[in-house]
Design a protein around this ligand. Structure first.
Ligand SMILES: Nc1ncnc2c1ncn2[C@@H]1O[C@H](COP(=O)(O)OP(=O)(O)OP(=O)(O)O)[C@@H](O)[C@H]1O
Ligand SMILES: [Mg+2]
Length: 629
């Protein structure tokens, strides 16, 4: 606990305290004497590299794990015994990093899990559904509250988790990377709620790898490194550089040089014209999906080319990427790799044809929790490894995995550690290793840096860039993290499942990209101005005009103004397209105002978009990183 925070919060008694917490898992010392205090009415931002111990601390503060030593206190009183779940639930509400939504239960049942409203001793289902509807309406989502959570998108499930924690009404709230799967509108609403809650005296712990978010909503900040709290203080007295330097530690200068080399390792891709025939052809593909529909979309990617795809999450970006990876079906059109059809929804055939895949939902599709790091990383090349030796020994796998785990800076206790025991960001890196192991000809990556710390993010992107430059593999990168697009040769923006515009000249203008994702300013972009290199889609469709005509409906999302006379207002009380994907999986017009149209609260700032170029770059040189350097 820093003196500065103590001074700032001296008037209030702590709402929650972790005092001298130690926690060890096998040979891994996850926490080493951590002291952390949460004060009523203040939000503390906790940051640190992947595997630093953040989620372990959250689990101990939530009564999931016992500490080996040390004490948790609420309002100065020792925490209840671990098994007393309802007593913990009265004191603290948590949004965990790993999904705690029960897929087989409905949205309403999940929101009120363990604290269902009752009448005459029985669960009051009607009230439960009604209250859930209200909570969802507050979030601007018209999710059917009777829908099983298994049918929801990753973002919708995250909203259910957040709604559950916020509705609990506790004095302490822990949020472990709550925005990782959220798009801009939902992040703004979450931040507004966090501000309201702190204003009403709630103590909040906020964990994020988006450091700018810490400065956006936190009064205090703390950095944890290798299980130790190394920096705490009021956020106003700290810079992003201070946080990154504390996260990376004394090796910062050396590791920064490593990273610069890693980044420089990628050579500039050859001009498109020199790269020969297209490797990937997406030909007028259409698909319906709860994650966003795709409509009559075409795209070609040449060998060695790195093509970014972005848009609001409901715009069909991840759907199209999943289609190409063979992980989702489509209704019409064709997908060809090297002139050969990739059958819809056949991930096995796509893998064999040379498509490496980093899925969006790493927990569901990215790894096998009970298997080790080496086995997961080399899962896609089991046949190769077995063929080489005639049989497959663990050492063979470990040797094959070592270069990948090293390049991606995967931190674990060793090649045999089950991936389920790794920190969230390291699980994501294992997913990346698995995708790269088979030396793919096409890499399809959906939000590959989600949950990855700022330094490892640079390494991961540099590795993707290096692989494409050196092997001639093509990259299709679907993301809402605009800084990830920096490695791309061009960027396609999808709006409502269709190609809206394309940016062809890096570096890509951030504001123009944001405007384009919101279906705005395509003409302005094409005409030059701020969005250098943007050009109208190669396949304009009649409905493309429709997006532009709806500019007035979208205007309040952006500081840019549509040209006078071009906009056509959408009917009052209806939602613009980007709100519909979540409101209605089939994209039908939904009633009710667009949540993003609500005016910002006084003093509330616009959420900075996720385009943050690292000023500090560093890599973890922890001895726990296996595979050596
Ligand atoms: N159940 C477990 N069994 C074994 N090791 C574990 C377990 N849970 C966490 N660890 C280890 O403890 C360390 C801290 O992990 P933790 O999940 O707290 O990191 P984190 O700071 O949340 O990282 P991230 O930013 O990637 O989410 C890691 O080395 C992790 O592998
Ligand atoms: Mg974590």
């Amino acid at each position: 606990m820093s003196e500065q925070i103590a001074f700032a919060a001296s008037a209030a008694a702590p709402a929650a305290e972790a005092a001298g917490i130690h926690k060890q898992f096998g040979s891994t010392q996850a926490l080493r004497g951590v002291d952390l205090t949460l004060y009523p009415g203040r939000c503390l931002g906790l940051v640190g590299r992947n595997g630093a111990g953040k989620s372990t601390l959250v689990s101990i503060l939530s009564g999931i794990y016992p500490a080996d030593s040390g004490e948790v206190r609420f309002d100065g009183v020792p925490a209840p015994p671990l098994g007393n779940v309802s007593a913990w639930r009265d004191r603290i509400a948590t949004v965990f990093q790993h999904s705690m939504v029960v897929p087989g239960l409905t949205v309403a049942e999940n929101v009120f899990l363990g604290r269902q409203p009752r009448r005459a001793g029985l669960i009051d289902w009607r009230r439960m559904r009604e209250q859930t509807r209200q909570v969802m309406a507050e979030w601007g989502f018209q999710i059917d509250v009777n829908q099983p959570c298994a049918d929801l998108t990753v973002e919708q499930r995250q909203i259910v988790e957040i709604a559950r924690a916020l509705a609990a009404g506790t004095r302490c709230l822990l949020l472990d990377e709550p925005t990782a799967a959220l798009e801009r509108g939902a992040i703004e609403r979450l931040f507004a709620r966090v501000r309201q809650l702190t204003a009403s005296g709630v103590a909040v712990l906020y964990i994020s790898h988006h450091l700018e978010e810490v400065f956006e909503i936190c009064q205090d900040a703390a950095v944890i490194r290798d299980g130790e709290l190394v920096l705490t203080g009021p956020a106003s007295g700290l810079s992003k550089d201070d946080l990154v330097t504390a996260m990376v530690g004394p090796d910062a200068a050396a590791t920064r040089a490593d990273l610069t080399r890693a980044g420089a390792g990628r050579s500039a891709a050859a001009p498109a014209a020199d790269r020969g025939a297209p490797l990937l052809v997406i030909d007028h593909v259409s698909a319906e999906s709860p994650g966003g529909r795709v409509r009559d979309t075409s795209l070609q990617v040449r060998p060695g080319e790195r093509v970014g795809m972005t848009g609001l999450l409901s715009a069909g970006v991840s759907t199209l990427a999943r289609i190409v990876a063979g992980a989702a079906p489509y209704e019409s059109g064709r997908v060809l790799l090297d002139g050969k059809d990739l059958p819809p929804g056949r991930r096995d055939l796509a893998l064999r044809a040379g498509v490496g895949y980093l899925p969006e939902d790493r927990q569901a599709d990215g790894f096998v929790s009970a298997l080790g790091v080496a086995e997961n990383s080399t899962m896609t090349i089991t046949d190769w490894l077995a063929r080489l030796a005639g049989f497959l020994r663990p050492q063979t796998r470990a040797a094959a995995a070592a270069p990948l785990t090293r390049a991606l800076s995967i931190m674990s206790a060793g090649p045999d550690q089950p991936v389920g025991e790794l920190s969230g960001g390291n699980q994501q890196k294992v997913t990346a290793a698995r995708a790269l192991a088979r030396k793919p000809r096409l890499i399809v990556a959906i939000t590959p840096t989600r949950g990855v710390d700022v330094a490892s993010k640079t390494l991961l992107l540099a590795e993707l860039a290096r692989v494409t430059a050196e092997t001639g593999a093509a990259l299709l990168l679907a993301t809402d993290e605009l800084d990830d697009l920096a490695i791309c040769d061009r960027v396609i923006v999808l709006v409502r499942g269709e190609r809206f515009t394309e940016f062809t000249e890096p570096p890509f203008d951030r504001e123009a990209l944001i405007a384009a994702t919101e279906g705005m300013a395509r003409d302005a972009a094409a005409g030059g101005g701020a969005s250098k290199g943007a050009r109208p889609t190669a396949h304009p469709t009649p409905t493309d005009r429709g997006h532009h005509d709806r500019a007035s409906g979208l205007r309040r999302h952006s500081s840019r103004r549509p040209r006078p006379g071009r906009g056509r207002s959408r009917p009052p009380g209806t939602q613009p397209a980007h709100c519909r994907g979540l409101a209605d999986p089939r994209g039908r017009a939904a009633a009710g105002p667009c949540p993003a149209d609500r005016r910002r609260q006084p003093g509330q700032q616009r959420v900075p978009h996720r385009l943050q170029l690292l000023r500090h770059r560093g890599a973890d040189r922890s001895p726990r990183r296996h595979g050596g350097r």
